[in-house]
Write a protein that binds this ligand. Structure first.
Ligand code: PRP
Length: 211
C-alpha cells in the first residue's frame, strides 16, 4: 500500500496561529493541544505530520526533506532565498509588510545606520537606491533601536502598526508585502501525489479568521 503520510513544517508566531484554522478548514485535525510545548507531531492516517519551527529553519528542513512541505512568510523567502525549494502557492493569510521606519517620516539623508533582522533585504534596498548604509543586525524587538540609540532607522515587519506607534515610530516606506507561502521539496512534489492534494485543500480552505 502506498503511504499517504507527509509532513508539513509551520513557522512559529502569527503563521502558526492562523494555521490552526486553515488546518481545520482543510479537513485535518489540529494536533497541538492547548498549552503543550510539543513541536513535532508525526503523521497519522490521513493526517499530515506537523513540525513547528522558526521560518528560516523550515527552509532547511524542507530542503533536506525532513518536512515535505512548509508554510513560511514570504519575508523569510525574500531574506534567505528559496534556492532549491518550490514556492508552491501564496496562501494569502498572515499578511504584513516589510517597512523602513523611523522617528519622523523624513527619508534618511547621507550615510545611514539601520537596524534589522532582514540584513539581506535591507542591504539590497539601500544598494538599489545607491544609498550608503550600515546595517546593525538585531534578531527581534527592533522597535527598541531608535529610542535606545542603536540606530535611527529600522527595517522590520509591520502588521497592525501598533508596535511602531507605541515606540513613537512612523513608516517611511513599504519595501515588500508579505503573506504565508506554501513551499515544497521539489523531489517530493514530483513523486508524492498527496502533496498536490494537500495544496488543493489548503487553497480552497476558507481563510483563517483574522483576530
Ligand atoms: C513583529 C515585528 C514587530 C511586530 C509588528 O514582531 O517584528 O515587532 O510584530 O506587529 P504590529 O504591527 O501588529 O504591531 P514579533 O512579534 O514577530 O516578534 P519579534 O520582534 O521578536 O520579531
Amino acid at each position: 500500500m502506498v503511504s499517504t503520510a507527509f509532513t508539513m513544517a509551520v513557522a512559529k508566531g502569527r503563521i502558526l496561529q492562523d494555521a490552526e484554522a486553515l488546518w481545520q478548514n482543510s479537513g485535518w485535525i489540529w494536533p497541538v493541544a492547548n498549552g503543550t510545548r510539543q513541536l513535532w507531531f508525526p503523521p497519522q492516517k490521513r493526517q499530515p505530520g506537523l513540525i513547528i519551527a522558526r521560518g528560516r529553519d523550515i527552509l532547511t528542513m524542507v530542503r533536506l526533506g525532513i518536512a515535505d512541505m512548509g508554510i513560511v512568510g514570504h519575508d523569510i523567502l525574500l531574506e534567505y532565498g528559496s534556492c532549491g525549494l518550490l514556492d508552491v502557492a501564496d496562501l494569502k493569510f498572515a499578511a504584513c509588510r516589510i517597512v523602513l521606519a523611523g522617528q519622523t517620516q523624513e527619508w534618511p539623508q547621507g550615510p545611514v545606520r539601520v537596524a534589522s533582522k532582514y540584513q539581506n533585504v535591507s542591504q539590497k534596498f539601500f544598494e538599489t537606491l545607491g544609498h550608503p548604509v550600515e546595517i546593525v543586525p538585531l534578531s527581534g524587538s527592533l522597535e527598541l533601536a531608535p529610542g535606545l540609540g542603536i540606530a535611527p532607522f529600522i527595517i522590520d515587519i509591520v502588521d497592525t502598526g501598533q508596535t511602531l506607534k507605541e515606540h513613537h515610530l512612523v513608516e517611511i516606506h513599504t519595501i515588500h508585502h508579505s503573506s504565508a507561502r506554501l513551499i515544497a521539496n521539489p523531489a517530493r512534489w514530483r513523486t508524492q501525489r498527496q502533496l498536490i492534494e494537500a495544496r488543493n485543500k489548503l487553497m480552497v480552505a476558507p481563510q483563517p479568521i483574522v483576530k
